[in-house]
Design a protein around this ligand. Structure first.
Ligand code: ATP
Length: 236
């Protein structure tokens, strides 16, 4: 069976400057996969090339076997890719409820789609804060809102760029719990974050990215067993 997301040989440029040199990765249905690597190595460029915010010059992105590379971000979203972007990018002047409803859609045609009620049950803090403006939330709450907003599109795959960046340890732990629960629910996840130890505990497989290409890929057990990789590629 083919993977849900298949990325092959992506080459993406910023003007004349090449940022991706043949990025390739896979995410199977129900799998949680991470992209690891130091700053500036091409993780965000990879994500943005997958979701249509950047147009790759070469290479292929297939979702459930359908080529989506070069499509608009809107069409890729409708095809079933939900993004929790770096910096969260929630609407500060809309309420929590309005943020959640802004992009709601049952795109996957799921039998039990994510609705406002289901998101509130899954993330009760959002229910408590539903009438507050997005800009009034704490960082951790804003990240939950960004996750809830992605779920409201009923995606087949959710991509989180810098899942816990700037969050305090307790808020980080809540995001890890939330991702663990989403994985258990069968959702496919592609996660960028720097907390390798936490990610090893919940993800299935990992890709280490260096200068726009994959340098290593393997299971959580394999990454756990090779701390020299962390030192060499991640500086931890
Ligand atoms: P970070 O965690 O810092 O975001 P990253 O691994 O996500 O790092 P990218 O942001 O994808 O890395 O950057 C990859 C390369 O592309 C870097 O060399 C960066 O300088 C370059 N780059 C990123 N954005 C732009 C841009 N808007 N214009 C020109 N070059 C860029």
């Amino acid at each position: 069976m083919s993977a849900l997301l298949e990325v092959d040989g992506l080459e993406t440029f910023y003007g004349a400057s090449q940022a991706l040199f043949g990025m390739s990765l896979r995410v199977a249905a129900g799998e949680m996969v991470t992209l690891l690597g130091r700053n500036g190595m091409g993780k965000t460029t990879t994500v943005n090339s997958i979701v249509g915010l950047l147009a790759p010059r070469r290479g292929s992105v297939r979702l459930a076997g359908v080529e989506i590379a070069g499509r608009s971000a809107d069409r890729i979203g409708r095809a079933g890719v939900g993004l929790v972007p770096e910096g969260r990018q929630i609407f500060p002047n809309l309420t929590v409820r309005e943020n959640l409803l802004a992009w709601a859609a049952n795109r996957s045609g799921a039998a039990e789609p994510w609705t406002l009620e289901r998101v509130y049950a899954f993330l009760p803090r959002l229910a408590e804060r539903q009438a507050q403006m997005g800009g009034q939330l704490s960082g951790g709450e804003q990240q939950m809102l960004a996750i809830g907003r992605a779920l409201m599109t009923n995606p087949r795959l959710v991509i989180l760029d810098e899942a816990t960046e700037g969050l305090a340890p307790l808020a980080r732990a809540e995001i890890w719990r939330c991702l663990t629960a989403l994985k258990s629910s069968g959702l496919a996840l592609l996660v960028i974050d720097k907390y390798v130890r936490a990610l090893i505990g919940i993800a299935d497989r990992h890709y280490i990215v260096e200068r726009g290409r994959v340098r290593w890929e393997g299971s959580s057990a394999a990454l756990q067993a090779q701390p020299e990789l962390w030192q060499r590629y991640l500086g931890v």
